[in-house]
Design a protein around this ligand. Structure first.
Ligand code: GLU
Length: 447
């Protein structure tokens, strides 16, 4: 069997055994495609069922999460934790609370997390979890009761050396607080290393809040510099307006860019003179409002409920909302309107078609597993601080993050060049992330 046939046989079996999970298929297809050139050159990576083992989670948990709403009615949600790979360290990855969550979504996120976490250079394995619970429109008390019920089951499966969850879409400081409180109560110990994204007075790390957005901009800065450009004077569009988007906007503007648009699921905001970041934080983080609330108070901002944010001319596009939000047609529009750099703040926001367009047209593209790794990397720094009962300064932690993002870009670019695909950061990130995990798995035997 040649490598193409070998990889197709793995993939065909995976489709059969994981029916109805299109996002998981998409994430695996992209990685397998990148790995063909590795298998051609180093065929030992095809031994010992390595690739098939890598695509099969070590453990998948699905559980019932019952809770009582403010009307006294019982609500039932579904909880998930997929512990994908622990060859490099304890499972690490966020929890997503969103009505779209199902097993396939958690598996795609957990699979991507393996390579992302490997790229950080820190000792963390890959996992992901969450629930189809929708925190939007729920009272604080309802969110608390849900989190307590969710943690009552999850607590059996996590731990400082086993699995360390954190936030993702729908899980921020409030949810981590309720989850940690319930965990602490159940185990009767203050084990700060069991979750990351904690509050600053109880084991949290400075910069964790900013980390994904800042890290995204640091990596994009490196990518732009490699092609002779910088943020200064550039026009940037950012989709989303959650944690990743807010801090990407803040850092990009600090570096001299003008962020001319951002969005949420209700529409997108056009702001030719840039974003008032303090107002955006107040609306989204304090009031838990919508972009329309921002527009009603910001000068020179308009709300669009039709068309797409990707139709707006820009130099740099940073998709920071959710998976598959940017398709082939959007990619064509971005290119035709002059966009030359795209970096993913969300997980898999670009479809396979979009990535193909970027490749063909020569738009420099940094995939999420490299570009948004700053969040989980800073979580690993939080784990280091917890293990030593220390807390580092903002400056020191930010420097560490910056260095990690520079290294990720360098390793990604080097891996692409080594395999004759210079500038293809998708292939580079997949290969660089894969090799470290694969070497560890081969060293540790068939388990
Ligand atoms: N949910 C984030 C991610 O997609 C962060 C995970 C973490 O900090 O563990 O990488």
């Amino acid at each position: 069997m040649n490598v193409d046939e070998q990889v197709s046989s793995y993939y065909d079996l995976l489709l059969k055994r994981n029916a109805g999970e299109p996002e998981f298929h998409q994430a695996v297809a992209e990685v397998l495609d990148s790995l063909k050139i590795v298998l051609e050159k180093d065929s030992h990576y095809g031994d010992y069922g390595l690739i098939q083992r890598l695509c099969e989670p070590e453990r998948q948990l699905i559980f019932r999460v019952p809770w009582v709403d403010d009307n006294g009615d019982v609500q039932i949600n579904r909880g998930f934790r997929v512990q994908f790979n622990s060859a490099l360290g304890p499972y690490k990855g966020g929890l997503r609370f969103h009505p779209s969550v199902n097993l396939g979504i958690i598996k795609f996120l957990g699979f991507e997390q393996i390579f992302k976490n490997s790229l950080t250079g820190l000792p963390i394995g890959g996992g992901k979890g969450g629930s189809d619970f929708d925190p939007k429109g729920k009272s604080d008390a309802e969110v608390m009761r849900f989190c307590q019920s969710f943690m009552t089951e999850l607590s059996r499966h996590i731990g400082e050396y086993r699995d360390v969850p954190a936030g993702d879409i729908g899980v921020g400081a409030r949810e981590i607080g309720y989850l940690f409180g319930q965990y602490r109560r159940l185990v009767n110990q203050h084990e700060s290393g069991v979750l990351t994204g904690k509050g600053l007075t109880w084991g949290g790390s400075l910069v964790r809040t900013e980390a994904t957005g800042y890290g995204l901009v640091y990596l994009t800065q490196e990518m732009m510099a490699a092609h002779g450009e910088s943020f200064s004077g550039s026009k940037v569009t950012v989709s989303g307006s959650g944690n990743v988007a807010i801090y990407a906007i803040e850092k990009a503007q600090e570096l001299g860019a003008t962020v001319i648009g951002f969005s949420d699921s209700s529409g997108w905001v056009e702001c030719p003179d840039g974003v008032d970041v303090e107002l955006l934080k107040e609306v989204k983080e304090v009031r838990r409002g919508r972009v329309a609330d921002y527009v009603s108070e910001a000068e020179g901002a308009t709300l669009h409920t039709d068309g797409s944010i990707w139709d707006k001319p820009c130099d740099v596009a940073l998709p920071c909302a959710t998976q598959n939000e940017l398709d082939g047609e959007h990619a064509e529009h971005l290119f035709n309107n002059g966009c030359r750099f795209v970096a993913e703040g969300a997980n898999m926001p670009s479809t396979a078609d979009a990535i193909e367009v970027f490749r063909e047209k020569g738009v420099h593209f940094a995939p999420g597993k490299a570009a948004n790794a700053g969040g989980v990397a800073t979580s690993a720094l939080e784990m280091q601080q917890n293990a030593t009962r220390d807390s580092w300064s903002f400056e020191y932690t930010d420097q560490r993050l910056h260095k990690i993002m520079s290294n990720i870009f360098r390793h990604t670019a080097d891996a692409a060049a080594e395999y004759g695909r210079e500038g293809d950061y998708v292939v580079g990130a997949n290969i660089a992330g894969f090799k470290k995990v694969a070497d560890a798995m081969l060293a540790q035997g068939v388990i």
